[in-house]
Each structure stands twice: as structure tokens, then as C-alpha cells.
Design a protein around this ligand. Structure first.
Ligand code: ITT
Length: 190
């Protein structure tokens, strides 16, 4: 079965493909000929996820799902949240992590969570599936796997970061995998 994943983020697509194995073929935006950078102007993960899926449905006429994700840090009033991708205003993952670590300097409460909201559009119906991973923010990056904030995030119950885990290990506990599990359970129940 083919699933269209409305993403430009190759790391997300790789995690989802590893999660699904051979059961589904996952097409990303490039695969369906969409080269647009879909504007994410919403104020919540749900809104941004809907914008991405709706753009694809409206312009390409296909059912699809999207993933809007981010890191919520308790001591920073849940920032960077929906601004995770552009926290440092450009400059990418390294700049975002550097700003986060700077803003966390001297803060003892290191609790944080990753959140993923998946938005599925099927025909005229819209469905949402959410997943969380709780953990803490390290004082320095560690590891080179994964993407985004993975080098500074230590999931609860582990003494390594997401960036020190193989994709399969991250997929066993991650926010994205938990949201995907709900999506797949929904699709298989139809
Ligand atoms: P899309 O094309 O799917 O929108 P994106 O990279 O713009 O890709 P988001 O808008 O969801 O994705 O922004 C999420 C940002 O949050 C992303 O750039 C990462 O910095 C971070 N992020 C999301 N999931 C993550 C994960 O599993 N591990 C580490 N960082 C993550």
C-alpha cells in the first residue's frame, strides 16, 4: 500500500520508512512532484500539520499525512515548540541547538518533551494522531545520528541521547513512532 507523506524532511521520511518496513511504500513531496516549501504559519502543531496535508490534498488531489513536530522545554515555557525548525532564525540545527543550550545555561530543571502531530487527510475527512517522548536537555551535544535536536535530548530511562541511538532504537520510543503507531492502527482498523 502507498502512503503519501507530506514532508520535505528526509530524516523524518527515513524514520517513518524504517518504522513501517515493507508493509507500506512511503512517497514524500519530491516523489509526487511537489517542490514547494509549504508555508507553516500556524500557531499550533495541529494547525501546521493541517496546512501541510491540506496543501497536498488541494494541489495534488491525493490523500496524505503530514508530521509537525517540535521540542517543548518546561523551563522555557514550552519553547521552542512550533518554532523548533527556525528557533535561531535560520542557520539550521547547529544554531538552534546552540541557542537552546545558551538559553538553558544555569537552569537546573532540564525537563523537555518532543511532540509529533500527524494529520491524515482521507477524502473529505481529517484525523490527528499525537505522540510524545519525555526526557531532559543535556548541557552539551552528543552523538551524530538522527537530526534536529537529537544530540541534546536524552530520553527518560536512558543515559544516551537520541543522536547516539540507531534509528530502530529511536523508533522504539520516539514521539514520531508513537504517533505513527496510532496512524497505522487507525488505517488497519478500516
Ligand atoms: P516538514 O517538511 O515535514 O515540515 P520540517 O523539518 O520543516 O519538515 P517541522 O516543521 O515539523 O519539520 O519542524 C520540526 C523541527 O523540529 C525540525 O527542524 C527539527 O529541528 C525538530 N525535530 C522534529 N522532530 C525531531 C526529532 O525526531 N528529533 C530531533 N529534532 C526534531
Amino acid at each position: 500500500q502507498k502512503l503519501v507523506f507530506a514532508t520535505n524532511n528526509d530524516h523524518k521520511a527515513a524514520e517513518v520508512r524504517a518504522y513501517l518496513g515493507d508493509a507500506y511504500e512511503v512517497l514524500n513531496l519530491k516523489d509526487i512532484g511537489c517542490t514547494t516549501d509549504i508555508p507553516e504559519t500556524g500557531t499550533s502543531f495541529n494547525e501546521n500539520a493541517l496546512l501541510k496535508s491540506k496543501f497536498v490534498k488541494d494541489n495534488f488531489g491525493v490523500d496524505c499525512f503530514s508530521d509537525d513536530s517540535g521540542l517543548e522545554v518546561a523551563a522555557l515555557n514550552e519553547e521552542p515548540g512550533v518554532f523548533s525548525a527556525r528557533y535561531a532564525g535560520g542557520g539550521g540545527d547547529a544554531a538552534n541547538m546552540a541557542l537552546l543550550l545558551k538559553n538553558m545555561e544555569g537552569i537546573a530543571d532540564r525537563r523537555a518533551q518532543f511532540r509529533t502531530v500527524i494529520c491524515l487527510i482521507q477524502g473529505s475527512e481529517t484525523y490527528y494522531f499525537e505522540g510524545f517522548a519525555t526526557g531532559t536537555i543535556r548541557t552539551a551535544p552528543s552523538g551524530s545520528k538522527g537530526f534536529g535536536y537529537d544530540p541534546v535530548f536524552q530520553p527518560e530511562g536512558y543515559d544516551c541521547t537520541f543522536a547516539e541511538m540507531a534509528t530502530e532504537q529511536k523508533n522504539a520510543i520516539s514521539h514520531r513512532a508513537k504517533a505513527m503507531a496510532k496512524l497505522i492502527a487507525f488505517l488497519q482498523g478500516q
